[in-house]
Design a protein around this ligand. Sequence first.
Ligand SMILES: CCCCCCCC/C=C\CCCCCCCC(=O)N[C@@H](CC(C)C)C(=O)O
Ligand SMILES: [Zn+2]
Ligand SMILES: [Zn+2]
Length: 446
Amino acid sequence: MSTGKGRERHIPSQFNQGERFAMKEALKVFPTIFKTRFIQHEVIGEYSHLFTVQGSDPSLQPYMLMAHSDVVPAPDEGWEVPPFSGLEHDGFIHGRGTLDNKNSLMAILQALELLLIRNYIPRRSFFIALGHDEEVSGQNGAQKISALLQARGVKLAFIVDEGNFILDGFIPYLKKPFAMIAVSEKGGINLRLQVNMTPGHSSAPPKETSIGILAAAISRLEQTPLPNMFGSGPLKTTLQELANEFPFPANIVLRNLWLFGPLVSRLMERNYITNALVRTTMALTMFNAGVKMNVIPPMAQAIINLRIHPAQTVQEVLELIKNIVADDRVQFHVLTAFDPLPVSPSDHQALGYQLLRQTIQSIFPEVNTIAPGICIGNTDSRHYTNLTTSIYRFNPVYLHPQDFRSIHGINEKISVQAYETQVKFIFEFIQNADTYQEPIPHLHEL
Ligand SMILES: CCCCCCCC/C=C\CCCCCCCC(=O)N[C@@H](CC(C)C)C(=O)O
Ligand SMILES: [Zn+2]
Ligand SMILES: [Zn+2]
C-alpha cells in the first residue's frame, strides 16, 4: 500500500540523548503541543482531554489515537517499589499504569511533541482522546467525547486504542513473539447476586444462612465453566495466521482446525489466559455479608464480572447463569452489561489495520506474524462505534505472561527501552497515516 513516502520528507525516528532523557523524565506538560496553532485542546467531562490536530489536507478522513489516564487501585503489599512512586531502576519504570495505560498516554503526547519540534505538519487530521474514567466505564470521559464528536458530524477512518500487544511466551511451543491486533473485544456483565434472610440470634441458626446459600450458588458457578465456543469469532483466523510459526506437527494441526479444532480448544482451556479466548469467563470479584459475629446475616451479596465470548449475548449468558445457580432465593441484579463488539476489518483495504501492520513491520522487524484477534479485556473504544466501524486495540509493547499478571495486579512496570520504542512507533505511525489511501466503507457482519 502507498505510504506517506509521497510527502516531502519522512522524518527519521532518531532521538538524541537529550531527547531520550527528556522522554524518560517528561512528566511535565508538552509545551510545543500546547502552542501549536493547528492543534486544539479541550477538557471534556472535567478530566478527559481531546486534542484535535488539524491536517493540511482536509479531504483525508481523520483518525483517532486513544489512551486513558486513570488506573485501578494498588495497595503497597507485594510491590517491589511503592506502586505510585514512578521509581526507575534496573532499566524499568515501576508503577501502577505503566502498562495500563499511562505508557500510551505519555507516548502519544511525547511522539507528537517530538514531531512538532521537527516542524512536522500532518497531512491527515487526527484526534487524541485521553479518557479519565476508563477503569470505571468511561461514561464521563470517552462517552462524552464520542457524543461531542458525533454532534460535530465527525466520522473517523479508524481508531487505535489499548487492548492487545506483541505477545511473547503465551502459547506453548511458540518461541517467537507475534503481534495480535484486536479487531473486537468481548462483551461484559457486572452481575450482583444477593440473598436476603431474616436476621436473628446466632445461637439458634437456621439450616442455611444467606452466606451459605450464596456461597453454594457461587461454588456451582465456579465448578461449571460456560460452554467452550471455540470455532466462532476471530480466534480461528488468529491461529491460522500463526500456523507458520509452529513446528511440525503443530503447524499441520493449526492449518486443519476443521479436523483438530476440538483438540486445540481443549488445549487452550487448560491455560487461564487462552481459556479466556474460547469461552465467556466468570470471575467472582467481590463478596460482602454479615453485620456481627453473633447475628444471623440478613443479606449476602456477591459481584461476578463476566466477559462474554463473541458468539454469545448478554441475554444468553444471563440465562445460562440462572440455570446453573438454580435457586430462587438468589436474586440477580445486572449492574452493567454490553454485548461483544462488532469485528473490525483486517483485509488489505482496511486502512487502520494496514497502517498498524506497516508500522509494526518497520519498528519490530523481528516480529514475523501479525494477526487479528480479540481483546479479552474491555476498552473505552467501545464508546466510539458510532464514529467508525474500524476499531483496533493494540499497543506496540512486548507483553509476557508475567507482565499480563501485573496488569491490575502487582509490580506493573515497563522498561525504558520499551517505552522509547512505543514513542518511536507512534512517531512513525502518525507519519504513515499521512498516506493518500482512504478507508473503504466496511459493513459489519450481522
Ligand atoms: C492466541 C493466544 C494469545 C493470548 C492472548 C491474551 C493476552 C492478553 C493480552 C492483553 C489483555 C489485557 C487487556 C488490556 C485492556 C483492558 C484495559 C482494562 O483494564 N479495561 C477495563 C475496562 C472496564 C470496562 C472497566 C477492564 O476491566 O477490562
Ligand atoms: Zn486500560
Ligand atoms: Zn485496566
